[in-house]
Design a protein around this ligand. Structure first.
Ligand code: HEC
Length: 197
């Protein structure tokens, strides 16, 4: 009985090493510098940037959505992974709302799909970009910037970019798609088990 168990242990360890190096590679794709030309995208507000810290390791993973390819046989064409800070999640669980300043990050990954021993399985590969939302319940920043309003700051960052957003106006770039989730403060909370406790 012991042998297979330790073999699994070794495989898990190997998997973690491989996963670890992949995560590093996603954050630092070789093309990152070329991805955004000079002057493309704008630094609008440090509060709305992609977190400088390694949120995938230290924040709470809320959940994921996979978006199927046009031909579902090909599996998922995108995987989305969503994170928030632990304190913000605690406040949400206690009060039902995220506190002002709470930042929600959604990673958008390209994928590979393989026939694994579990079935047709898709997994995250290259980071295509990141969406960020920041809570601003009183719309304090809404007068000063077209990226703030409806209780949130809204921005998208291409590839590994963390500060320069290509979003120019949340009403045209984001709101229409988030309107169906208005009842849950414009968040698709149904996909985040940790918030449902
Ligand atoms: C094409 C429609 C569409 C557009 C445009 C869009 N979103 Fe979303 N967004 C969604 C959907 C649907 C989800 C949840 C399901 C998923 O990720 O596939 C989501 C999820 C998110 C999440 C994770 C939290 C949540 O709401 O569940 C963030 C953060 C986010 N979007 C930010 C933005 C920002 C910022 C913009 C504009 C720059 C934007 N989105 C534009 C459809 C959209």
């Amino acid at each position: 009985m012991k042998k297979p168990v330790s073999r699994v242990g070794a495989l898990v360890a190997l998997g973690l090493i491989v996963l670890g190096s992949n995560v590093w590679a996603m954050d630092n794709p070789p093309s990152a510098a070329m991805h955004l030309g000079e002057g493309e995208g704008r630094i609008v507000d440090p509060d709305l940037s992609v977190p400088a810290e390694d949120y995938r390791e230290t924040w709470v993973f809320l959940g994921s959505f996979s978006v199927l390819a046009d031909d579902p046989e090909e599996g998922a064409k995108e995987m989305h992974a969503v994170y928030a800070e632990r304190e913000a999640v605690r406040t949400y669980l206690a009060s039902g709302a995220f506190p002002d300043g709470a930042k929600i990050v959604k990673d958008v990954f390209e994928t590979e799909t393989e026939h694994l021993t579990t079935g047709t399985a898709s997994y995250a590969t290259h980071l295509a970009g990141r969406f960020v939302m920041v809570k601003d319940s009183q719309n304090r920043k809404a007068d000063g910037s077209p990226l703030w309003g409806d209780g949130w700051g809204w921005a998208f960052y291409e590839g590994a970019e963390k500060q320069r957003t290509i979003t120019t106006d949340y009403q045209s770039d984001c709101l229409g798609c988030h309107q169906p989730a208005q009842e849950t403060d414009y968040l698709y909370t149904r996909g985040y088990p940790v918030l449902a406790r």
